[in-house]
Design a protein around this ligand. Structure first.
Ligand SMILES: Nc1ncnc2c1ncn2[C@@H]1O[C@H](COP(=O)(O)OP(=O)(O)OP(=O)(O)O)[C@@H](O)[C@H]1O
Length: 292
């Protein structure tokens, strides 16, 4: 079990594997300044416009799910937010600064889809290495030791702390990456498909950890997934399709608005609605990009 006490929350979030439309995650009170604010955010990659004039806000201290089919632009949006994406135009403010500002480096934890760990180091050595970069010097040794132990416990790898990362399963290596991102106690965590390849028990435990980070550490989490049942675990959702935001709302409001039982059904409803109102210009543009 991960380092999380469900009893501390007013009402624990539902299990994504078994959650139903009647069990949305509780949302903490929303303070005013958004953690992320995008206006007319546009990104091109090669000849393609991958994100098309996005306008949205991500509230602080909550879990926002970024959902949509493969290739819709989720990773590109996350890369833009953490400042590693080229050819970004429009406005993108993160924790009150322009995305990519050096001052944000220690305030954001980012976990990519491919785990970034050293296979020839143990779990603890990986964490020690990144902790020494974040918080260098002899005087910080005790603090680093504590932070490393906490991050390893957060992701439930204490019993594997001395195993070589290269000998771990794919899901375990993903969790080492997540532990690295948790080291600096970041205010914003950007997690690109963190639950891919995990069994239902680990998935549930990770979602419990995410909720504890939001409720107890007041962190803001932006989590991408293309598994729609995980949407029910989020306080808010950004539903994406083909580089555009189809909806920006709570899971409950989305289901109510579309008269759907699940977020997946709501998403399909919104896709059909968007197709029905698509302009001939958009059809022409799509056709042109497909033939490039
Ligand atoms: N280097 C590149 N050059 C041109 N187009 C690219 C490049 N990388 C990605 N794309 C395109 O950008 C679009 C968005 O890709 P992105 O990886 O952001 O999608 P995604 O929603 O994260 O997909 P997945 O869920 O499969 O990870 C895709 O259509 C992809 O083909």
């Amino acid at each position: 079990m991960m380092n999380y006490s469900p009893g501390k929350s007013a009402s624990p979030p539902p299990d994504p594997a078994t959650s139903t439309a009647s069990a949305p995650a509780p949302a903490p009170a929303t303070p005013s300044a958004p953690a992320i604010r995008a206006e007319n955010l546009t990104v091109t990659r090669g000849p393609r416009t991958v994100l098309r004039g996005l306008d949205f806000e991500v509230p602080p201290g909550q879990i926002t799910g970024l959902l949509g089919p493969s290739g819709c632009g989720k990773s590109t949006l996350m890369r833009s937010i953490v400042g590693t994406q080229d050819k970004v135009t429009g406005t993108l403010r993160v924790l009150g600064h322009p995305a990519g500002a050096p001052t944000l480096r220690s305030r954001i934890g980012y976990v990519t889809q491919a785990p970034s760990v050293y296979d020839d180091l143990s779990v603890r050595q990986n964490l020690d290495y990144f902790a020494a970069i974040l918080d260098p010097g002899r005087a910080a040794a005790d603090r680093r030791h504590e932070n490393v132990a906490r991050a390893i416990a957060d992701v439930d790898l204490t019993s594997h702390a001395d195993a070589l990362a290269g000998n771990l399963s794919g899901g375990q290596r993903n969790r080492v990456s997540l532990a690295v991102a948790l080291l600096g106690t970041p205010e914003l965590l950007v997690l690109d498909e963190p639950t891919v390849g995990l069994d239902p028990v680990l998935r549930r435990d990770l979602w419990d950890l995410f909720h504890s980070l939001a409720t107890e550490r007041r962190a803001t989490l932006l989590i991408s997934s293309h598994v729609m049942d995980e949407a029910e675990r989020c306080h808010r959702l950004l539903l994406m399709r083909e580089g555009e935001i189809l909806a920006d709302d709570t899971p409950e409001a989305l289901r109510t608005r579309t008269h759907a039982d699940t977020v997946e059904a709501a998403f399909l409803h919104l896709v059909d609605e968007a197709a029905a109102t698509a302009s001939p210009q958009k059809d022409q543009r799509d056709q042109k990009e497909r033939t490039r």
